[in-house]
Design a protein around this ligand. Structure first.
Ligand code: HEC
Length: 130
């Protein structure tokens, strides 16, 4: 029985093929700014530097807002992207709360979860470099 469920699961996977979406109007600068901010965020949280973390968080919030609007316009082609953005914005709120409470350990944990959020969107929607 268990074997049956496992093979049924394997059969389902190929159906989730990579959707080809038109990214010609995508703003890579937003992503690059988020990348810099993300890379800075974890170390500054680790160093309990709330001021620097706030600056990074502001860049990330703005980037996620842009990404949210962008993928709202692509809801039909990329429905999961929207769910991922919404989950990412929730995480940003949680990092903000951790920062306000000066709980830097929680902040670092949430920042790592945010990285997984970036990655989950990229895995599906970012074209692979040829
Ligand atoms: C909901 C989707 C989504 C989320 C969330 C997301 N990205 Fe992206 N990102 C993309 C897509 C789509 C591309 C590819 C754009 C293209 O090829 O034009 C991209 C490209 C990039 C690039 C490459 C830009 C370049 O120069 O070509 C970087 C760097 C990047 N993202 C960083 C991040 C970081 C850091 C986060 C999280 C803090 C993040 N992204 C979250 C969708 C997302």
């Amino acid at each position: 029985m268990r074997q049956f469920f496992l093979s049924a699961l394997l059969l389902v996977v190929p159906v989730a093929a990579i959707p080809a979406i038109d990214l010609s109007d995508f703003d890579d600068d937003v992503m690059r700014a988020m990348d810099d901010a993300y890379k800075d965020l974890e170390p500054v949280l680790g160093a309990s530097n709330a001021d620097a973390a706030r600056v990074d968080l502001a860049v990330l919030k703005e980037g996620y807002q842009w990404t949210h609007e962008y993928f709202t316009g692509k809801k039909a082609e990329a429905p999961d992207a929207l769910e991922i953005v919404i989950a990412g914005r929730k995480l940003l709120g949680e990092i903000q709360s951790a920062l306000d409470a000066r709980d830097f350990t929680l902040g670092v944990t949430k920042a790592r979860e945010l990285h997984a959020n970036c990655k989950s969107c990229h895995d599906t929607y970012k074209p692979k470099k040829q």
